[in-house]
Design a protein around this ligand. Structure first.
Ligand code: PRT
Ligand code: MG
Length: 217
């Protein structure tokens, strides 16, 4: 048994829930539920393995700087982060959803998004949105938001939004409709590149266990 410390960065909510079976497959059981605890550092059944609970968008940053050895982050978050200093060995096929363009029901998106036209897009994902519309030859003014994107077209802040959709219930409840697929999104394992070398003996069995468990899903 090694006493090298291993730190895993996870976000609360859907990623944590869907990561629990993967952790279990690697023999790792958290000592507490982050949803019920206010603690940001959570121990596990291994003295040398701990979890840090961070915002979903902050996971790549903790791993990049080596404050966490590895973590799990959505592809949406990783594209916006850029992936510097991160090794991304596995698509875990968890927290799956789609990045979509959505508009107010009845808005003529086909006409408004002809090449050469101009659109106002509200999104939490400016890089993903900019690339999508550049590929279509549509000019966009991007308005960066941090949440509740669905509101923007309803109050005239934007013509359209670029956001994640899973059940579609949030769009429907707000009178919006998805009009274009931008990307399939799922969560990835991200590993600090230096830690992969210095803590390989500890990390590799966990990565292997995650890989088998993710395939089995
Ligand atoms: O919630 P918080 O502001 O703390 O941060 P976060 O939204 O970044 O975190 P979290 O835990 O909500 O999401 C973490 C990751 O889960 C994201 O980075 C995605 O990779 C993935 N994921 C999967 C989703 C969804 N599905 C999803 N549906 N993230 C967000 N949503 C939101 C979406 O933005 C929209 O507001 O859920 C709403 C739509 O859901 P439906 O089911 O109504 O379509
Ligand atoms: Mg959220």
């Amino acid at each position: 048994m090694t006493d090298t410390l291993l730190t895993i960065a996870l976000s609360k909510g859907r990623i944590f829930e869907e990561t629990l079976p993967l952790l279990a497959a690697a023999g790792i059981v958290p000592a507490e539920e982050p949803e019920k605890s206010r603690k940001l550092i959570i121990g596990t059944n291994h003295d040398n393995i701990r979890l840090v609970i961070v915002r979903a968008t902050d996971v790549p940053t903790y791993v990049q700087y080596g404050a966490a050895d590895f973590g799990i982050a959505g592809k949406d978050v990783l594209i916006e982060h850029g992936g510097d200093g991160l090794y991304q060995p596995l698509d875990l096929h968890i927290a799956s959803c789609c990045m979509m363009v959505a508009v107010k029901k009845g808005f003529d998106y086909a006409a408004a998004s002809k090449p050469g036209s101009r659109l106002r897009i509200a999104t939490k994902y400016p890089d993903i949105a900019a690339e999508h519309f550049a590929d279509k030859g549509v000019h966009v003014d991007i308005i960066k938001l941090y949440g509740s994107m669905e509101l923007a077209p309803l109050v005239g802040l934007s013509d359209a939004i670029v956001d994640l959709v899973s059940s579609g219930n949030t769009l429907k409840a707000n009178g919006l409709e998805a009009v274009e697929h931008v990307a399939d999104i799922s969560s990835r394992l991200v590993v600090n590149k230096a830690a992969l070398k210095t803590k390989y003996a500890l990390l590799n069995p966990i990565i292997q266990a995650f890989e088998s468990a993710a395939k089995a899903v």
